[in-house]
Design a protein around this ligand. Structure first.
Ligand SMILES: Nc1ncnc2c1ncn2[C@@H]1O[C@H](COP(=O)(O)OP(=O)(O)OP(=O)(O)O)[C@@H](O)[C@H]1O
Ligand SMILES: [Mg+2]
Length: 243
């Protein structure tokens, strides 16, 4: 196995709060890795440090063996790290195609390929038929899928998704899982997800965060059998989310 990304004693402090409190994390190339944990555990803050949306207070981040702790976000995108936020971040007034094309232009790839990459990304997620529609007019589920398309238009090595299934219907969630498996043939995926069915069916590795710390890391079976995880998280999640 090849290590794609690691963090060493990574810390993010907001005033007196250690939102990320010293995390040692390893992501292997090619895996689907789920990051789970209760609300406020620090998951979004942690991935924001990875993609450079937030600056680390302490500690370090390595991507493909190189330290990227201080690298600005746009350079990390070019280095191969793409992310979609917890909150929908499409350009509502632009067309679906324009959204994908803007994302594609940010990749570290020839600019004249951007339109093709945007097209391919839309085809992959099943939005090709909506290419000329205004993005803001799409159904919510399609908007979330458009965000994924914007991520894969970058042809990243690592795709980070923050709660991509939130607000999707059961059918959309099923389609989404298929899409992630397909994307995973070329791309390592780090996924923050509250839906345990999605986590258990997709993830090869799961990391559990609680109060800014990694409580456990393991396979779905190991995590389900972990008593500390059960009491911190799995025991308290919504019944509808229990596999
Ligand atoms: N910009 C900020 N300024 C101050 N505190 C913040 C900021 N962002 C997050 N926090 C705090 O840091 C902690 C971790 O928040 P974070 O959003 O990372 O959690 P999370 O695990 O993503 O939760 P959720 O599952 O609800 O999305 C919370 O206590 C939150 O209130
Ligand atoms: Mg979050």
């Amino acid at each position: 196995m090849t290590t794609l990304l690691t963090t060493r004693q990574l810390v993010k402090r907001f005033g007196g709060l250690n939102a990320v409190a010293g995390v040692d994390f390893t992501l292997e190339k090619g895996e689907i890795h789920a990051l789970i944990g209760p609300n406020g555990a620090g998951k979004t803050t942690f991935v924001s440090l990875l993609c450079g949306r937030l600056e680390a207070t302490e500690g370090s981040i390595f991507f493909k063996g190189k330290e990227i702790t201080e690298m600005p976000a746009w350079k990390r995108v070019r280095a191969g790290i793409a992310y979609t936020f917890q909150i929908t971040s499409i350009y509502s007034n632009l067309t679906v195609f324009q959204n994908a094309a803007i994302a594609a232009q940010h990749a570290n790839k020839p600019a004249d390929d951007a339109e093709q990459r945007a097209k391919t990304a839309l085809e992959k997620v099943g939005l090709a038929a909506y290419a000329s529609h205004e993005a803001g007019s799409l159904a919510y589920g399609h908007q979330r899928v458009l965000e994924v398309a914007m991520g894969i238009a970058l042809e990243p090595e690592l795709l980070i998704l923050d709660e991509p299934t939130q607000g999707l219907s059961d059918l959309e969630i099923e389609q989404f899982c298929g899409l992630i498996r397909e994307i995973n043939q070329q791309t390592t995926v780090l996924l923050i997800e509250h839906n345990m069915q999605v986590v258990m069916s997709l993830a090869r590795q799961i990391s559990v965060m609680d109060q800014g710390l990694l409580l456990a890391q393991g396979t779905p079976d190991e995590i389900q059998a972990n008593a500390a995880v059960q009491s911190a998280y799995l025991g308290t999640i919504d019944e509808e989310n229990v596999a």
